[in-house]
Design a protein around this ligand. Structure first.
Ligand SMILES: NC(=O)c1ccc[n+]([C@@H]2O[C@H](COP(=O)([O-])OP(=O)(O)OC[C@H]3O[C@@H](n4cnc5c(N)ncnc54)[C@H](OP(=O)(O)O)[C@@H]3O)[C@@H](O)[C@H]2O)c1
Length: 237
């Protein structure tokens, strides 16, 4: 396994949820950590919670120029993790095209932009996060499924284009993170209970579960071009 001590690690999305849990794990392993996201306050709160020396950077991965500029500073990263994403759910007939394009931009094109602009050294890795919907059809998840499936293609292509840098994607199941804060507490609890009751593991995913899988993908030197499912067995249902 690759040792993360003193390695330059960037987590785009490191201020919340799976990205933040990964940031905690990576910082504990002694990495030289930078977290990036769009919101200064969230980054500051996250950096304080992680403790130690964590660099923070405001970056909107939907902004071509900002992403280009960010990676032009000469830094060669050892590991980059991208956990951004927003939108893409709902039945297609009711979805506005502007919202559909925005959802694709908020996840797929962010990963694409970072993948083409990032400077990662040999032995390093790039890890994305997709989602279970990428594997099956379901009313209300057609667009997010398409976005996640596109990420699988990007993962395989970049694993060849950026080799020997390893490129992988984690496909997690429903996970208790601030992503679900847009729901009412009652609806969220009902969803979480339904998911936990249905899954073979009989519990909901936690951000730390995703962080554990992401850390595997960052540090296993023989894994590349893969979409790895860690979804409590959801894919079996
Ligand atoms: N939670 C789940 O149940 C679940 C299940 C399957 C897949 N996923 C996927 O897993 C990934 C991580 O989800 P999560 O639950 O950890 O979400 P989260 O808690 O909402 O965290 C998302 C992070 O990404 C940052 N971010 C969002 N858009 C960005 C942008 N354009 N540029 C830079 N940073 C941006 C956010 O900070 P700012 O808002 O400040 O930018 C935040 O730090 C997402 O791709 C999501 O679709 C989640």
């Amino acid at each position: 396994m690759i040792d993360l001590a003193s390695k330059k690690v960037l987590i785009v999305g490191g201020s919340s949820g799976m990205g933040l849990a990964t940031a905690h794990a990576v910082a504990a392993a002694g990495a030289d950590l930078t977290i990036a996201g769009r919101t200064r306050d969230k980054l500051d709160v996250a950096a304080k919670a992680i403790g130690g020396k964590v660099a923070t950077k405001v970056l909107d991965a939907r902004d071509d120029d900002a992403v280009e500029a960010f990676f032009k500073d000469g830094t060669v990263w050892d590991h980059i993790v991208v956990t951004v994403g927003q939108g893409g759910r709902g039945p297609l007939p009711a979805m506005k095209m502007t919202d559909a394009l925005a959802a694709m931009d908020a996840k797929f094109w962010c990963c694409f932009r970072i993948g083409r602009a990032a400077k990662i050294g040999p032995g390093g890795s790039l890890t994305f996060v997709s989602g279970g919907e990428g594997h099956r059809g379901q009313i209300g998840t057609t667009l997010i499924s398409s976005i996640n499936a596109a990420l699988a293609g990007l993962t395989r292509g970049l694993a060849i284009e950026l080799a020997p840098v390893r490129v992988n994607t984690l496909s997690p199941g429903t996970t208790d993170t601030p992503l679900w804060d847009r729901m009412t507490p009652t609806d969220r609890e009902a969803l979480f209970k339904r998911v936990a009751d249905t899954l073979p593991v009989k519990r909901l995913g936690q951000a730390e579960d995703a962080a554990h899988a992401i850390r595997f993908l960052m540090t296993n030197p023989f894994t590349t071009g893969q979409v790895v499912r860690s979804d409590g067995g959801g894919d079996l249902l």
